[in-house]
Design a protein around this ligand. Sequence first.
Ligand SMILES: Cc1cc2nc3c(=O)[nH]c(=O)nc-3n(C[C@H](O)[C@H](O)[C@H](O)COP(=O)(O)O)c2cc1C
Length: 210
Amino acid sequence: MRQIVVGVSGATGIILAYKLVDFLTRTENIVHLVMSRAACKTAQYELGEEYASPSLWKKKFSAFQQNYLHCHPIHDIGSPIASGTYPTDGMVVVPCSVATVGALAAGLADNLLRRAADVTIKERRPLVLMVRETPLSPIHLENLLKLSRCGVTIATPVPAWYHRPKTLGEMEDQLVGRILAALKIPNDLEKSWQGTIPIPAMIDPVEGEL
Ligand SMILES: Cc1cc2nc3c(=O)[nH]c(=O)nc-3n(C[C@H](O)[C@H](O)[C@H](O)COP(=O)(O)O)c2cc1C
């Protein structure tokens, strides 16, 4: 049974974190959920009042899933996930703000989310940051390069169109699938590329077959 830390910071795209927690708990992985204050505010804007804290999220899941979900207050720096001695299988920050990126690049572990990520880096465990900002400044890019060189996976919530998604939900699933793939967790959310589809011969109306 895997133990995955899911950090949610104050960037847009909170639904991706919610879907990730849903998938991980449905598939019997233990999730340690920690949300920054800005994440709670963003969740309130994007999902509604009833999603404005980790404990409110917990209420949304089935009793089965709740057994796998541990919520940690952002200020609880004494939590088990604040220590490298606590064995986790990795961490995801989704969505990841550039403020959190900056803090991690500087080694600033001033709340539980940042401390847990700092621990994940120092213990050389998988860390995936789904960074959400655009455009990116040289400061953001330098911070991301620094973290990438430490072995951190920098993912971005950039959808793929070649699967021809029909809904925003399908695009979100594909992005959550990408996160799971980065953690090497098998999933049915991401459609893998099967090679190009043979395209019937195209006829140029003037020149004939292309
Ligand atoms: C609705 C909303 C959306 C935001 N979206 C982003 C975003 O996409 N990317 C980002 O880096 N910051 C975004 N911010 C700003 C961050 O929340 C802010 O910089 C905050 O200090 C980040 O703190 P945290 O990283 O501890 O969560 C957003 C803020 C709000 C209120």
